[in-house]
Design a protein around this ligand. Structure first.
Ligand code: AMP
Ligand code: MG
Length: 488
């Protein structure tokens, strides 16, 4: 096992030309303290969680002490924000501390979010506040627990330092983000729009070696890479749609090249299914509404395709991009088949799902509670009380259930087998905004206990937790009044 001092750093990104980034040390955070440590992620880095002490963790992951082997850099990228190209982006409040290669030869980026100003900070302070850092920490675990690709977080560090947000002073925090890639679509856009085509090729080669080595010897490696990014992104957004997840800020600088959910800001899991739900109050035109996410990911992929057009023939890129709508649909139906317990693939399934989503929308249902209850619906017994309790229009439910029953008759699996399979994908608990808000409210009074408890709950969201079972119930009425913005 490694210690913080002997982490196996090997920083491939810093071997790229110096203008790919700015070398800069973190600005120390005042009186840092450890709030939470994710043991699973510690082990991923070959760290023994039991050997780590809170003081050292707080020093190292607040940027106050540099780890041996770490070479902090702020990455340069640009991107389209709300559809408008912004050439001035880059890591304005985060630093890539370096890459750790573990015993299984996996390479993990360690990125410190909230690490102080860089040349890309523009007018802002380089910090992250506690509220948004708690939300990102919880979301990483919740998404992982649902099997949705996501960045991870090793540690959450609190501080006595304050920052101004929306006219109020708030405590600062730092989050140590861990993932195999911090390369965003916007990294490619930077080199494309600044006409640095050799560097664009360098970046693409870097990605091929590190993330897509299977294409290195292909006839057209860059095209294969793009094809893979299109596929992964389609699968990712299909999962978001299947679980009612609204990202909130789907700008191209928040799109990961390896297809993970990246950069948690004003996200939500919908308590009530409202297709045009906008999670970010600053998104006045609803560009990133729930039902627009597939189109927005498609749009972002077209921006990436444009950026790759000096490397690959544009018509060939376009042909790959045009696969997106069908790909998305096939991933989406696959997700819903799992949630409905359907093993066989019949063409009629699309209509069944469409009818279900229409009912969710007509009655603003809680889709995640519905699917959990449906996992315990034995159609041969005909008991649908639990489902009826969740809806307001019982006739609409009965109509849908009769179509669902007919469909289930074509399945071979027996009820117990189907129910177990459904429960494995239909969680008892989902990270609702009010749960994160409760943890944030307690944290404001210095009580961080709920963060760890929620992490335990969300790591295995399908397993009943007697102590925390109230989180399986309907959210409290104040949940609807939570207001989320870009401010973080
Ligand atoms: P985000 O909205 O978090 O995706 O950030 C968009 C851009 O603004 C990125 O380039 C960030 O680095 C930068 N940014 C966001 N908040 C801050 C901050 N407090 N200080 C400096 N840069 C920031
Ligand atoms: Mg971002």
């Amino acid at each position: 096992m490694a210690t913080l001092e002997t982490l196996n750093f090997d920083n491939s990104y810093t071997r790229l030309p110096e203008h790919f980034y700015q070398r800069v040390n973190p600005v120390p955070l005042k009186q840092p303290f450890l709030i939470a440590l994710n043991s699973d992620i510690a082990r991923l880095l070959d760290l023994d969680p039991a050997s780590l002490n809170p003081y050292d963790l707080a020093q190292c992951f607040s940027g106050n002490r540099l780890l041996p082997g770490s070479e902090p850099v702020a990455m340069k990228y640009t991107g389209h924000q709300f559809g408008v190209y912004n050439p001035d982006l880059g890591d304005g409040r985060g630093l890539l501390l370096g890459e750790v290669v573990n015993r299984d030869n996996q390479r993990w980026d360690l990125h410190l979010k909230g690490s102080g100003k860089t040349v890309y900070s523009r007018f802002a302070d380089g910090r992250a506040v506690l509220r948004s850092s708690i939300r990102e920490y919880l979301a990483s675990v919740a998404m992982q627990g649902l099997g949705i690709p996501t960045t991870q977080a090793l540690a959450l560090i609190g501080s006595e330092e304050l920052a101004m947000r929306d006219g109020m002073m708030e405590p600062c925090a730092a989050l140590l983000r861990v993932t195999q890639s911090h390369i965003r679509f916007g990294h490619f856009e930077h080199f494309y729009y600044s006409k640095q085509h050799d560097d664009l090729k360098r970046l693409a080669d870097y990605c091929l070696v590190r993330y897509f080595p299977q294409f290195l010897n292909a006839g057209q490696p860059y095209l294969c890479m793009y094809r893979e990014v299109v596929t992964r992104s389609a699968e990712l957004v299909a999962k978001w749609q299947a679980y009612g997840f609204v990202h909130g800020v789907l700008n191209t600088d928040n799109m990961s090249i390896i297809g993970e959910t990246f950069d948690y800001g004003p996200y939500s899991f919908m308590d009530q299914y409202k297709p045009n739900m906008v999670s970010n109050q600053n998104d006045h035109r609803g560009r990133y509404a729930f039902n627009k996410q597939p189109d927005m990911v498609h749009w972002n992929l077209s921006a990436l395709g444009q950026a790759l057009s000096s490397l690959v023939d544009q018509d060939e890129l376009l042909a790959e991009l045009n696969r997106f709508p069908d790909l998305y649909q096939s991933f989406e139906i696959a997700e819903f088949r799992k949630r409905l317990g359907l093993q066989s693939e019949l063409s009629e399934d699309s209509a069944l799902v469409a009818q279900l989503l229409k009912m969710f929308s007509n009655q603003a249902l809680d889709m995640n509670r519905f699917f959990r209850a449906l996992s315990e619906f034995d159609y041969q017994e005909g008991e649908s009380d639990k489902l009826e309790d969740l809806v307001s229009n019982k006739t609409e439910l009965k109509n849908w259930l009769s179509a669902y029953k007919k469909r289930l008759e074509k399945e071979v699996a027996s009820y117990p087998i189907r129910s177990a399979q459904m429960k494995s994908v239909n969680p008892e608990y989902i990270l609702r905004n009010y749960m994160a808000q409760e943890a944030i409210n307690l944290a404001a009074d210095g009580d961080f206990s709920l963060i760890e408890e929620l992490i335990e709950l969300l790591r295995n969201p399908g397993i009943k937790n007697n102590k925390m079972h109230h989180y399986a119930a309907s959210p409290p009425s104040w949940a609807g009044s939570i207001c989320l913005t870009c401010s973080s």
